[in-house]
Design a protein around this ligand. Structure first.
Ligand code: ATP
Ligand code: ATP
Ligand code: MG
Ligand code: MG
Ligand code: MG
Ligand code: MG
Ligand code: MG
Length: 269
């Protein structure tokens, strides 16, 4: 850009560089998707096609950024885990979150129109996403983060499953269903589903109960810590980058809380 007497205004800008040597978690969430899901006639409590749109959208982001180790999402949200050594946009927070948010919105429209050609996105009701970034120094934090999101998915899904059973099968008004569920525990909700609607919650689809995890999976992984990373030669780093680019992105609907998930995937650490 050409210099000018006006350029001093640039000096007012402030940048937050996310802490080095920490995992970065970017979470995106759809704005007003309760309303959005009504406008586009989502099936309740879970519209599988809309979940596929989110999963495909998130896959496009994982493909775009090889620094993403894994992603997890349900309903209108997704969390992306970036490796500790990520140097994307010099770890500038504003760059990262604005790009993640806008990539979610634009890819969502593309994926939606593939999934639902008969009901394209209307300009009067666009899918837009907020985004935030959080840094976590330890793997323990990362594990607890994903456990937190998966427990949240479970709690919401159990609630929504009973709520919609009461409304659509039990002929209750939404208000009455809401009141019926005040103060109920998980066991009460399971009991209502079973005794009133012969629904065994355990038999509900895994994608609804557990959400979706996308993993960049490596076959021949050799683990290097941050210190070792810094010692790697340029050609070694290039080789690592190529491996990341070539790794397959795999989709699961599984438990992220138990040790098994993490123990069997050292490349996530
Ligand atoms: P960054 O990701 O850092 O923003 P950038 O390539 O987008 O990198 P900018 O400083 O934002 O760089 O500059 C945008 C550039 O896009 C312009 O310099 C110009 O080359 C190009 N550009 C954008 N709009 C037009 C347009 N309407 N006609 C011609 N060139 C354009
Ligand atoms: P905010 O802007 O604060 O995020 P919101 O309306 O998006 O508001 P959330 O807490 O993010 O609220 O909840 C998202 C809502 O979107 C869910 O409660 C649900 O009603 C709806 N929703 C999203 N995806 C689906 C889906 N695949 N099937 C059915 N409903 C969905
Ligand atoms: Mg510009
Ligand atoms: Mg919200
Ligand atoms: Mg939302
Ligand atoms: Mg949400
Ligand atoms: Mg630009």
């Amino acid at each position: 850009m050409a210099n000018s007497k006006y350029e001093y205004v640039k000096a007012f800008e402030r940048e937050n560089h996310l802490l080095p040597d920490c995992y970065i978690l970017v979470r995106v969430d759809g704005k007003g998707f309760h309303k959005f899901s009504q406008e586009y006639g989502f099936e309740k409590p879970n519209d599988l096609g809309a979940l596929m749109v989110m999963n495909q959208t998130a896959t496009r982001l994982v493909e775009a950024f090889p620094d993403i180790l894994m992603a997890y999402g349900d309903l209108d949200e997704y969390s992306f885990l970036l490796r500790k050594e990520c140097a994307l946009y010099e770890r500038r927070e504003m760059k990262l979150i604005t790009l993640f948010g806008s990539m979610m919105s634009t890819h969502y429209i593309m994926e939606w129109n593939k999934q639902f050609p008969e009901k394209p996105i209307r300009q009067s009701k666009l899918p837009i996403f907020d985004a935030r970034a959080v840094v976590y120094p330890l793997l323990k934090h990362v594990r607890d983060y994903f456990s937190w999101r998966q427990v949240d998915c479970h709690i919401n899904n159990l609630y929504n499953t009973v709520f919609w059973a009461l409304v659509s099968k039990g002929n209750m008004t939404p208000k009455d269903a809401e009141n019926r569920l005040i103060g109920t525990l998980a066991s009460d909700k399971n009991e209502i589903l079973y005794s009133q609607f012969q629904i065994n919650y355990n038999n509900e689809p895994e994608i609804f109960k557990k959400g979706t995890v996308l993993i960049r999976e490596y076959q021949d992984h050799t683990s290097t810590d941050h210190h070792q990373q810094q010692q790697l030669s340029k050609t070694q780093l290039e080789k690592e980058k190529k491996k990341r680019n070539k790794a397959k992105i795999v989709m699961y609907h599984i438990d992220l809380i138990k040790d098994e998930f993490w123990d069997s995937r050292p490349f996530l650490c």
